[in-house]
Design a protein around this ligand. Structure first.
Ligand code: PLP
Length: 393
């Protein structure tokens, strides 16, 4: 009989590919204390605004240490409902159309578990957030990656969707603005995508976690387009806009019957999000907007800087319309994205993520997160320039 502990690991978990960025971050961690500039992790460099942290402390002082309703505190659901109506023009009832989750991560997991039967098909545009494909695999569903391209500023098109679609496809995962490309869609493109979803009867999981970090144009939620609210789960959270990654708090809104299905899974797994994080989130949504605007202004300046510098260095870089990621092409260096990332880290101590981590369509690119200070970005770009010039010698 085998004594290998791996014999107990479920087949579909064993089959998950090793994260394309794990090796890389292990190396970054080993280089701690060596003046590494990290453009790696997708995390704000700001601390959660003080009044939000204070609201959490105050909640603890008042003895708020218990479970909340499975759906989340009603006061927070009301605030979410008001925010979504005002910013995205979609109305959700706080009583049964909003669920508070442990980050958008849990909301994605709940949605896939609630809506996928084994063998169902889920479409997503790619390059995409590293978790999408594994999350689909974890519910025994099949993923279809729909390519987006640098020449289109990584906007998803209805034509690409149609070309990739297969009979029986059930769900479309959208992430606009997108991690890692910063791509979004114009209203015209989004309208065509919506038409396609109605034609093919697709349920949309719309991850809009970066919507508040839109620099060019106005963000539109697909849920706000005609006939879409009834087939869309709107996913959002506090990690990015409010610099609250460590609080683990997000939410989903959608038709009551679908939120109820997600709630069924949530009540037996997570039970509820942390009450302290919920109190903080309530404060953030009701009084945190000045901080969001200030942070967005900083990200905007940094975006303009990093895009300009990458292009000057000869790494063609489109201007991401939102998010805090630049996704330059590194093909001109003659290196693969892995060679480029490891070389840049070893020689110049700048960490960027190899584009292949975000799927096949990320090949030939690296992701540089500009959620770090302006001065650090200047220095990281100078080092990158030295690295690229060194390759020519
Ligand atoms: N969705 C996207 C597109 C992300 O980039 C991330 C985090 O990087 C998440 C979801 C996870 O967010 P949360 O911290 O709310 O779980």
């Amino acid at each position: 009989m085998s004594t290998d502990p791996k014999r107990w690991v479920a087949g579909h978990v064993a089959a998950l590919p090793k994260s394309g960025i794990r090796d890389f971050f292990e190396l970054v961690a080993k280089m701690k204390g060596q003046d590494v500039i990290s453009l790696g992790v997708g995390e704000p460099d700001f601390v959660t605004p003080w009044h939000v942290r204070e609201a959490a402390i105050f909640a603890l002082e008042r003895g708020k240490t218990y479970y909340t309703s499975n759906l989340g505190m009603i006061e927070l659901r009301r605030a979410i409902s008001t925010y979504v109506a005002e910013h995205f023009s979609v109305s959700y009832r706080p009583e049964d159309q909003v669920i508070v989750t442990v980050g958008v991560s849990e909301a994605i997991d709940l949605a896939l578990r609630a809506f996928c039967n084994p063998g169902d098909t889920v479409m997503f545009h790619q390059p995409c957030y590293v978790s999408y494909s594994p999350s689909v695999a974890l519910v025994h569903a099949q993923g279809i990656a729909v390519p987006t391209y640098a020449k289109d500023n990584f906007a998803l098109t209805a034509e690409a969707l149609r070309a990739a679609w297969k009979p029986g496809a059930k769900i479309l995962m959208l992430n606009l603005p997108c991690n890692p490309t910063g791509g979004t869609c114009s209203l015209e493109q989004l309208t065509k995508i919506a038409e396609f979803c109605r034609e093919k009867d697709l349920l949309v999981l719309s991850d809009e976690i970066y919507s508040e970090l839109t620099f060019d144009g106005v963000h539109t939620s697909i849920a706000s387009l005609p006939g879409m609210a009834e087939r869309t789960i709107f996913l959002h959270g506090f990690s990015k806009a409010f610099a609250m990654t460590g609080w683990r708090i997000g939410y989903a809104c959608g038709p009551a019957a679908l939120i109820d299905a997600m709630m069924k899974v949530h009540q037996y797994t997570m039970l509820c999000a942390s009450i302290v994080a919920q109190e903080a989130a309530l404060e953030a949504l009701t009084r945190g907007w000045d901080s969001v605007l200030k942070m967005r202004e900083q990200y905007h300046r940094r975006r303009d800087l990093i895009v300009r510098r990458f292009n000057e260095i000869g790494l063609t870089c489109h201007s991401p319309r939102g998010s805090f990621y630049a996704f330059p092409e590194i093909k001109s260096t003659g290196l693969t994205e892995k060679e480029f990332s490891f070389g840049l880290l070893e020689k110049e101590k700048v960490a960027v993520v190899p584009g292949a981590a975000f799927g096949e369509n990320g090949i030939g690119h690296v992701r540089a997160c500009f959620a770090t200070s302006y001065d650090q970005i200047i220095e990281a770009c100078n080092r990158t320039e030295r690295f690229v010039q060194g390759l020519k010698k």
